[in-house]
Write a protein that binds this ligand. Structure first.
Ligand SMILES: [Zn+2]
Length: 381
């Protein structure tokens, strides 16, 4: 059995689930290539020793500075002196090499077990991505925590997952497409969309036509957008997304409705009014936006279309941004005040003006205390 499989089995035997195992092993591989005798490359050069030579000299006692030399070593690239001391003590007590894989795994587990919060977080991770990032940030805490560095670890973790995971719970997820994709409600309805690997709050079946049709058309760009509304405004309900032509006709939809193409959603957000949701869609440059008394229609068409149906009659509008400034009152002022974090009284006076000037300064906008298109865009997106 190779080290990859040994490490996976060890972690599984400790009761970790597949996501946690993959997340840990992806990080270990990134740190050390899963080689227990791995000495941090910089120190191979500095000490002019290969991994084998360093290990042999630590084992024989010829090299005495193992604990304090600041060199990363072993599968987890232990570096800090007290952690290296602990590893050294363990292998000495067992009479084995400092590069003994079983002992390094036991030592890793001792460290992990001390951090119940970390174990719990790993065990409740909902994806390989989540588990990998949790282990990276909390346990390894490397200097480079860029998105690129994260993705590199996640990619490796995913390979371990694909190779070793048992009951394949990854089958719970499906990555959003770049455009419109066809899905089967029966076969894929319960899958949760992921966006760049991160689980979203939406399942495939939430986009299904309400007439029971199995086929569902969904534009991945719509899912990405809806997740942004979800992040801003809480629980997001899709009243209606994909519609078959027959169903669309039955509910009185427009003959060329974007719902027919899987590009539209009539959306209700728990903590955002239909106007706020429309304004965020505006800030994100969505194609079609329709404002209704209790929901917001959003679609991903090419080109722009805006309409206001709050009166029950469809009125074309050019934008859902209304320019407001000192002295203004009403709903738009309240929305701005909520976003600015000032008292929401619907009256644009001194405190609101101060907050707008500050916000404009922070976002490199012209500091004129007028909330127009640019300031709205920054406030709402
Ligand atoms: Zn609609």
């Amino acid at each position: 059995m190779n080290n990859d499989q040994k490490i996976w089995n060890y972690l599984k035997d400790k009761g970790l689930n597949d996501y946690a195992c993959a997340g840990i092993e992806g990080n270990l591989f990134w740190e050390s290539g899963n080689k227990p005798n791995n000495l941090e490359n910089f120190y191979n050069r500095k000490f002019n020793m290969t991994d084998e030579e360093y290990t042999a000299k630590v084992d024989s006692g010829e090299y005495t500075n193992f604990v304090r030399d600041s060199a990363g070593f072993g599968i987890a690239q232990w570096t800090y002196w007290s952690r290296k001391q602990g590893l050294l003590d363990l292998v000495k007590s067992r009479g084995v090499s400092i590069a003994d894989l079983a002992s390094q795994l036991d030592y890793l587990w001792i460290e992990l077990s001390r951090n119940g919060t970390l174990i719990n977080a790993l065990m409740s991770a909902k994806s390989v991505y989540e588990a990998t990032i949790i282990f990276m940030v909390v346990f390894e805490n490397p200097a480079d925590q860029s998105d690129k560095a994260k993705q590199a670890r996640v990619d490796i973790a995913q390979q371990y997952y694909d190779a070793y995971a048992g009951d394949k719970p990854m089958d719970k997820y499906i990555e959003v497409a770049n455009g419109v994709e066809h899905y089967s409600k029966a076969k894929q309805g319960d899958l949760i969309f992921t966006i760049d690997g991160k689980p979203s709050n939406f399942k495939v079946k939430e986009f299904a036509c309400h007439d029971g049709t199995d086929e569902i058309l969904i534009d991945g760009r719509l899912v990405r957008y809806l997740q942004r509304e979800r992040d801003l405004y809480g629980v997001t309900t899709i009243n209606s997304a994909y519609r078959t032509p027959a169903y669309n006709a039955k509910v009185g939809g427009a003959p060329k409705s974007q719902h027919l193409y899987g590009k539209a959603s009539d959306t209700v957000c728990k903590n955002g009014s239909p106007l706020e949701v429309a304004m965020t869609a505006e800030a994100m440059g969505m194609g079609g936006i329709g404002l209704y008394p209790t929901f917001t229609h959003i679609d991903t068409r090419d080109g722009k279309s805006r309409w206001d149906n709050r009166s029950g009659k469809q009125v074309g509008v050019s934008t859902f941004f209304k320019t407001i400034q000192y002295g203004a009152t009403g709903e738009y002022v309240k929305i701005a005040q909520r976003k600015l974090g000032v008292e929401v009284d619907g009256v644009f006076l001194d405190k609101t003006k101060e907050a707008v000037l500050k916000f404009q300064g922070l976002h490199n906008l012209k500091q004129d205390a007028i909330i127009g298109v640019r300031t709205w865009t920054e406030l709402m997106k």
